[in-house]
Design a protein around this ligand. Sequence first.
Ligand code: NAD
Length: 499
Amino acid sequence: MSVQIDAKPGLDIETRLFIGGDFVDSVEGARIPVTNPHDNSILAEVSEARPADIDRAVEAARKAFPVWSRMGAAERGRLLAKLADAIEADSENLARLETVDTGHPIRDTRGLDAPRTVATFRYFAGLADKVDGRIAQVEPGFFNYITREPVGVVGQIVPWNFPLMFTSWKLGPALAAGNTVVMKPAELTPLTTLRVAQLIARVGIPAGVVNIVPGYGNVAGQYLAEHPGVDKIAFTGSTLTGRKIVQASAGNLKRVQLELGGKGANIVFEDAILEAAVNGSAFGIFHNQGQACIAGSRLLLHEKIADQFLERFVALAKSIRIGNPLDQTTEMGPLTSTGHRERVLRYIEVAKEQGSSIFTGGKVPADSALQAGCYIEPTVVTANPGDRICQEEVFGPFVSITRFKDEAEAIRIANSTEYGLGGGLWTRDLQRGHRVASAIRSGMVWVNTYKRVSPTSPFGGVGMSGYGRDLGPESLHEYTYPKSVMMNIDAQVPPYYKR
Ligand code: NAD
C-alpha cells in the first residue's frame, strides 16, 4: 500500500504483519489506524496482531532459531552489515516516514535518527563474531570452558518515541548474538519498523529470524510477554508497563530486560561555561519535544548563576521554531499523539496548582496552521524537588527549574526521585566533574554535554528506570547466557563408591 509522506506521490510501504519472512494479514483481519500528529490525518492502516498472530510469529521465530544460531557468527555479522547498508540507502524514505509518523522534525530524523540507526546496526554487525567465552582455571586434569549461548526466541516491545532507532538498539544485539525475534512496535508508530522489515526481507536474513507484529499493548504486548514459547522479553517503555511485563513473564520465568522511564537531573554549577550549558540543556529537554526517557527534565541551577542562565535559556526556548516537522527549518514538531498532549497539558495544570511560576510556554501555540496537530510550546516552570512535576515523568517539552546553594544540595536533589536513568552536570572543575558523576545514582552521566549516546556505550538505568543494558558490548550479555563445560582431560579421580 502507499503512504502519503508529503505533497509528492506516496511511498509504497507494507502495512501487513511480517511473519516467517512474508507479509501477511492478521488472522482476524483487524487493523490499526496510524495518524500524522501534525494534523491528525490518517496516514495508513496497518494490520493489528492479536494472539493468533503472535502464536504464528513465535512459531516462526522458534523454527528459525536453529538456523540462525548455528549459522557462523561472521555470516550473521555480514547480513547485519548488509541491513545497515540497505537502511543507509533508504535513509531519506525512513526519515520522512519517521517524521510523519512521530512528529519528530525532519532535520533530526535525517541528521540523527537515520544515521544512528545505520551506525548501530554496523556496530553490532562488527560485534557478531566477537561474542567470546573464556577458559576457567580448575583442578589439574580438568578443562573448563565457558561459552555464551543465545537465549533463544526474544520478544521485543518498544515505545513510540524513537521507533526507527529502537529497531537497531533491540535487533542489533539480539541478532548478533544468534537469537531470533518477535518485535512489537508501539501501536501509534509502526511505519518505520515495517519499512525495516521490508529491508530485512531483501538482504537475505533467513525467514522467521525477525518477525514484526504491530498491535496494542494490552492485547499483543501482554500476550507476547506471557507467551511460554518466548525465552526473553526486552522492553522499553513506561515503568507502569514494565511492572506488568515482569508479572506476565512469571509463567515460564522468562528473562526480562527493562529500559523504563527517567527524570534526569541536569545540574549547572556556578563555574559552568554558560553558553554551552544553556544550549546543551535546551537540547537535553526540548529535542524530540521532550519525549525522551533521558530528557534533562529537572534543571538544577546554582543560585549565583540562576538568573543569568534563565535569561538566556528562556529566550532560547521562546525562539525555538515550532512547525510542520517535514519543514527542514522546524526545530520542534508536535507531540506524537493527542492523548499524550492531553497528558502533558494536565501536568502543566498540576504545576500551576502546586504554585509554579511559568517563565514561558504552558499552552498550545497560537499559530492557526498548528491547531489541528498535537503541538505544545516549550515550557519552563519553577518547582520544588518534592513537587509531583519533579517526581513524575512528564515526557514533554516541559522543564522544571530548581535553585541550589552547594554541591551537596545539588546531589541530594538529583538523587531524590525513584528513577535512575540519566543525569548530568556542567562545570569547569575536573575534580567536581568526577566527584558528582560518581555521586549521581543513575546508569548514565553526562559532564559538559547532555543526552549524548553512542552505540559503543551501555544504555540503561537503575531503580525504577529498570535493569539491563542496550548498546555497547554489555548488551550482548543481555542476549546470551554463560554455559560452562567441564571436561576430564586426564584426571585420575578415585571412585566415589568404593566397592
Ligand atoms: P508504554 O509503556 O505505554 O508502551 C511501550 C510499549 O509497551 C508499547 O509498544 C505498548 O504497546 C506496550 N505495552 C503497553 N501495555 C502493555 C502491556 N500491558 N503488556 C505488554 N506491552 C504493553 O510507554 P510509551 O508511553 O509508549 O512510551 C513512553 C515511555 O517509554 C516513557 O516512560 C519513557 O521514559 C519510556 N522510554 C524508556 C526508554 C529507555 O531506554 N529507558 C527509552 C524510550 C522511552
